[in-house]
Design a protein around this ligand. Structure first.
Ligand code: TXA
Ligand code: MG
Length: 355
């Protein structure tokens, strides 16, 4: 089953979104249609979170399995009581610090939220995005908006309207083009329904920043998770964010990693493969003279820039026809944890530890 629509795209100035265009988009949402819009993290594919039929269209448009729950987006704290029940005080204090922003809470689901939003679970994920177009849209429609990332299932998330159209043209009613998203990595998902607050997905709010408020924070080792553990957040499948090319991630001491990547690239080229490399500024020299497609993400210590360009880099290598993509893993502190997580899933767990 899929969802078909005549897709209309509107360009918006993110600093001053045109209220007329926002009204058009809000109207589509109220009538049960789908609107793709930029948040500070990635583009979302939105529907009225109170409307089970509209939410079903999201799953149909993305080809998303129905066991993968969706995040509900709000613009004001007062909306929380329409969505969740038994909200713990910790959610309030975390919201004071991190909302609006790239942090999602998993809470107990309120009865106005239809079960398909949460894939039948008793919980619901909620976040208040800070992106200006997202906020303006949410204020205009005055409804909570359920929105997964606006990509086809298992592909890299969309950080531009062009990415959204590449994946979903003809399957979404309106695309709001507010330019590239700034963070480029999805929100951090924090489960507050258990005994101990647990990160289900690292993202735009760092683990270090969360630990300052939640010292006993736990992190689910999700990419190595058994199926049973993966059930806690079924979006955390091994294959996710994946390019069409076969992806291989190399981790370890820099010089050893670069040597291993170069010899793997040479072997693949010799075997007739088109090779793409996802690397950092300072690594260019190591691949001089090789016939490869390069995506240089920025200086290795600049995690903000790497995060912002990661999905676009994967998509660009796909578009260039790469059959294999080799990537160097960054360090795992700060935003590096989210970058590492996305690379590993894109590689379906294929990581080479070089020593
Ligand atoms: O930054 C973001 O979070 C973006 C923008 C659009 O807001 N959205 C996003 O949605 O990344 P999506 O659907 O691609 O990823 C949502 C993640 C999935 O891993 C899903 O399993 C998890 O959140 N999730 C959603 N509801 C959940 C729930 N009730 N319990 C556990 N995990 C949940
Ligand atoms: Mg997604």
């Amino acid at each position: 089953m899929t969802y078909h629509a005549q897709t209309r795209t509107y360009r918006l100035d993110p600093h001053q979104p045109d209220p007329e265009i926002l009204r058009i988009a809000a109207d589509v949402l109220r009538r049960g249609g789908l609107v793709a819009f930029p948040t500070e993290t990635v583009y979302g594919l939105g529907a009225n979170a109170f409307d089970a039929d509209a939410v079903a269209r999201i799953f149909a448009a993305k080809g998303r399995p129905s066991n993968d729950p969706i995040i509900v987006h709000i613009h004001a704290l007062a909306q929380l009581e329409q969505i969740a029940v038994a909200v713990p005080p910790l959610a309030q204090s975390l919201a004071d610090t991190f909302w609006p922003g790239p942090l999602t809470f998993v809470l107990r689901r309120g009865e106005r939220i239809p079960p398909n939003v949460s894939a039948g679970r008793a919980t619901v994920a909620v976040r208040m995005p800070s992106g200006s177009v997202a906020r303006a849209l949410l204020q205009t429609v005055e409804l909570p908006v359920a929105a997964p990332s606006a990509n086809t299932f298992s592909r890299p998330s969309a950080t531009t309207a062009a990415h959204v159209l590449h994946d979903l043209n003809g399957h979404v009613d309106v695309v709001l083009d507010g330019g590239p998203t700034t963070i480029g990595l999805e929100s951090t998902v924090l489960d507050l329904t258990g005994a101990v607050p647990t990160i289900l997905r690292p993202g735009g709010v760092t683990i270090e920043a969360l630990r300052e408020i939640v010292p006993d924070l736990q992190i689910r080792q999700s990419f190595l998770a058994s199926d049973e553990q993966a059930g806690a957040s079924p979006g955390m499948l091994i294959k996710h964010y994946a390019p069409r090319a076969t992806m291989l991630v190399f981790d370890g001491e820099r010089m050893a990693v670069l040597a291993a990547m170069r010899s793997r690239a040479e072997a693949l080229i010799a075997a007739g493969q088109r090779v793409g490399l996802l690397i950092f500024d300072e690594d260019r020299q190591a691949f001089a003279g090789l016939a490869v497609e390069l995506q240089v993400l920025g200086a290795v210590e600049n995690a903000e820039r790497i995060g912002a360009g990661l999905f676009a880099g994967l998509r660009a290598l796909d578009a260039a026809g790469a059959q294999a993509i080799l990537a160097r893993a960054p360090g795992r502190i700060g935003l590096g944890a989210a970058i590492y997580d996305r690379l590993l899933r894109a590689a379906e767990g294929r990581i080479t530890h070089v020593s």
